[in-house]
Design a protein around this ligand. Sequence first.
Ligand code: DGL
Length: 273
Amino acid sequence: MDRNAPIGVFDSGVGGLTVAREIIRQMPDERIIYFGDTARVPYGSKSRDTVIRYSRQIIRFLLTKNVKAIVIACNTASAYALDTVEKEFALPVIGVIRAGALTAVNATHNGKIGVIGTEGTIGSGIYTEVIKQMDPRVQVTGKACPLFVPLVEEGLLHDSVTDEIASRYLSELKGKFIDTLVLGCTHYPLLRSTVGRIMGGDVTLVNPAYETAIELKALLAERDLNCEAGQAEKDPEKYQFYVSDLAEKFTAFATSILPKQVKETRKIDIERY
Ligand code: DGL
């Protein structure tokens, strides 16, 4: 495996950019190939089998770019597909759920953690399972927020419609006395200010992206796969972006949340893979 090869990162759409942003921040010497499945978003309301099929196709595509490791920057795909694909492909694959669970367990003082995510992630019960393995005393309350992903994909990050929907979803969690809330969908950190305002300053918001980047860094170091300093800078396309639809819309969105301007996004036919 070439240590200077890029890292593959994927999500159903723009949400995984919150993870890519953290990888760029913590590992500036790495190259990244990002794929957003914008033609088939949302994953959160699809079946396990469908999300596994999509994940396999995306990993096959990323392998054509010779990636050295894959980050499933999507909670739904991590919940449904990580266990399957990590056995099928001969390269390191990590998801975001373990990282989010660990940060939450370390952050809670009263042992009451809330998790918000897609219907798929919350319905799978994966956060409860992983958190309970880490600390069986913790109580976990999950709440699916299915309208958050389309709101983010539409760019309605600061909008009265988003406030209204968020208030309704989160009112259920407010009575549970949680002191920590996991943003268990990679789209949700983009709604952080809205969620934080509604939950109040006493609730710690956990963005699993931070811990995921730490886990990735440790994994690459353990396997001697960290890019050599300065190598990535020689690549004029250090960060490459691919989508399955609406490339221009993605480019504008990615530029608004990443530290560097995204010049181009390429559209590919993911069904070929
Ligand atoms: N951003 C993804 C997640 O973390 C998926 C959202 C969706 O496609 O429904 O779950």
